[in-house]
Unconditional design. Structure first.
Length: 132
């Protein structure tokens, strides 16, 4: 089930952007240098304090929805049809609410790689617009 959640770095970046919605997971336990994902059957209602490096862990779908609803940015991962479907190659696009393409990725071998980088790009774009 871990693959459905954003990774720790993305969760922390979302926290810094103001993400504070109910989640089923959190990164609150550190083992060595790694933050561990803890998943709960209910949901957590609050983000950790700003000084704390612990953070709630949204599902990837929650993060994409949050970018749509709060920042009017749409991340989409698709199969790249330019190679005539000889191989499954994936790309992502980030669009604004009017459908204008803000960014388009290079090619990825897996959907998951493209999805991970798409979230990373959404975080980067919103950070740039906030001036951070």
């Amino acid at each position: 089930m871990k693959e459905h959640f954003v990774n720790y770095n993305q969760a922390l970046a979302l926290k810094e952007l103001g993400f504070d919605e109910p989640c089923m997971g959190k990164y609150d336990t550190k083992q060595g240098d790694e933050w561990l994902l803890n998943i709960y059957s209910g949901h957590l209602n609050a983000q950790f304090s700003d000084k704390n490096k612990a953070c709630i862990a949204p599902l990837k779908s929650q993060a994409f929805r949050w970018f749509r609803e709060k920042h009017d940015k749409y991340g989409v991962v698709n199969i790249d049809l330019a190679n005539n479907l000889k191989d499954k190659i994936f790309v992502y696009m980030v669009e604004d609410k009017l459908g204008y393409i803000i960014d388009r990725s290079e090619e990825y071998n897996t959907y998951e790689e493209a999805e991970l980088d798409c979230l990373k790009k959404l975080i980067e774009i919103v950070n740039e617009r906030k001036g951070t």
